[in-house]
Design a binder for this molecule. Structure first.
Ligand SMILES: Cc1ncc(COP(=O)(O)O)c(C=O)c1O
Length: 464
């Protein structure tokens, strides 16, 4: 995904005042521009692809700048604030952890780490689980990939290959990056030289193998992909693990059930491990705690991040204890993994998700939003290819007029226009709009945001 650097010219706005939205300046706010310019001078352009809003405060499902503007947040940061931004119980947990004056412990025993680990083990669908904590999602993915390779290597020294799905995302550190994205020749490192292999995603809207977003590409696609690998000399004897997003961030739909079942059957028959990257779709986002709950398949490893704390950096790998115990003492740990303040935030977040029944809320709100957005699709079938999702993991896929090509420019223009009307969205650079607010969003606010998307889309396509 390549996004352009967002321009810093203030675009006039029509003032907006609703119960939740308030837009009182041009966007970007003129006073924010010198600050954003200083940021751009200090950090690389890779950081400059999102709408130029200078975040000052984020609370619940609202984001504010310090110039009087307020947005309904459809981003949850980057799909992370599942329990809402700055939830009072999470804030309180952070406050009391810092006041307790234990800010770091590394791998020394700590009670806050214990509480979070026991909670994760209790939530795990994997029998006899253990879990390990990290800070970023990519670090946890890296750990899962390392465990799969170590497991495979015990069977045969060459059984270290990782299979991933094109277009699924796993992070930006080396192995996570190798498992992510598209098999493009422009990749900065050649995947297959280090035993990383990609197969097509099953029901992608934009990738060649996918037949349709309705899931027609299932068991048969999986088998064809595996056969194609074997024909190139990459048989199961070279594969240690398969990693995928059970509900990918690009489609926001569970992968087809028969694809998942075929994959589960294949990994079991060939002593290959299966890892679910739940960094984005996990922690209640899809209306179930784990995205994999939609598939009826239990993986060997689960990776969590983002919504695990709805706030501070916490990630985790959960898996069978025999797997997690492969590395010896000292071989698998991280300086900040299980940091006491972060662990307290994550534990409070998991309690909030349960106590406020946010998964049930997400299912109800998500259904109403899908219904509203599908009305828009009925009105504009020539421009909207799909409106789909589970829970509050929803995407609207635009197409160029009378074509099946994704309409990247319109999707990003609609996201930018929505921001000027008080609905915070990210530009995806891929022809779709993502609707991923905090799960606690007020139903009326979610529908208001959907209506703003309608206005912006209609305006965009009626502009010559
Ligand atoms: C599915 C998935 N995996 C891995 C990552 C990487 O997580 P992080 O950015 O915390 O390293 C992300 C982040 O967007 C993600 O969505």
């Amino acid at each position: 995904m390549a996004l352009g650097v967002t321009k810093l010219e203030p675009i006039p706005t029509t003032p907006v005042t609703s119960r939740w939205r308030r837009i009182v300046t041009p966007i970007p706010a003129p006073e924010s521009i010198p600050v954003i310019e200083r940021l751009r001078a200090a950090e690389p352009q890779s950081m400059a692809g999102l709408p130029p809003i200078l975040w000052d405060q984020a609370e619940g499902f609202l984001v504010r700048d310090r110039f009087g503007n307020q947005w309904i947040d459809l981003t949850s940061g980057i799909v992370l604030a599942n329990a809402g931004h700055a939830h009072p119980r999470i804030l309180e947990a952070i406050r009391s952890a810092t006041e307790h004056r234990l800010l770091a412990t590394y791998a020394f025993p700590s009670e806050s780490r214990l509480k979070l680990l026991e909670k994760l083990v209790a939530l795990s669908p994997i029998p006899t689980s253990k879990a390990i904590l990290y800070s970023s999602g990519t670090e946890a993915t890296e750990c899962a990939l390392m465990l799969m390779r170590r497991h495979g290597q015990r069977i045969h020294p060459r059984k270290v290959g990782i299979v991933s799905l094109a277009g699924h995302y796993h992070g930006r550190t080396l192995a996570a990056h190798l498992a992510s994205g598209m098999p493009q020749p422009t990749d900065w490192i050649e995947r297959e030289r280090v035993d990383h292999f990609q197969i097509p995603a099953p029901h992608s809207l934009t990738f060649p193998w996918g037949k349709s977003h309705e899931g027609a590409c299932g068991a048969e696609c999986f088998q064809s992909s595996i056969n194609a690998l074997a024909e190139r000399g990459v048989g199961q004897e070279r594969i240690a693990g398969l990693i995928l997003e059970p509900v990918p961030g690009t489609t926001t739909m569970p992968i087809p059930l028969d694809f998942a079942a075929a994959a589960a059957d294949w990994v079991q028959r060939h002593d290959v491990l299966l890892a679910f990257d739940e960094i984005q779709c996990g922690c209640g986002r899809t209306g179930r705690f784990f995205g994999g709950d939609h598939l009826g398949v239990t993986p060997d490893l689960i990776v969590l991040g983002k919504g695990l704390s709805s706030s501070l950096p916490v990630s985790a790998v959960i898996g069978r204890s025999t797997l997690l115990d492969l590395p010896l003492p000292g071989e698998m740990s991280s300086t900040h993994g299980g940091n006491p303040v972060c662990a307290a935030a994550a534990l409070a977040n998991l309690q909030v998700l349960e106590d406020e029944r946010l998964m049930e809320v997400a299912v109800r709100t998500g259904a109403a939003v899908l219904d509203r957005l599908r009305g828009l699709q009925r009105d504009l079938p020539q421009r909207i290819r799909a409106v789909q999702g589970v829970g509050l993991f929803i995407s609207v896929h635009l197409r160029r007029p009378d074509s099946d090509e994704p309409d990247v420019e319109s999707a990003d223009a609609v996201a930018q226009a929505a921001v000027r009307r008080g609905v915070l969205m990210f530009t995806t650079g891929r022809g779709y709009l993502k609707f991923t607010p905090p799960l606690s969003i007020d139903l009326e606010a979610a529908l208001e945001a959907a209506d703003v998307i309608r206005e912006c889309l209609i305006e965009r396509i009626s502009t010559p």
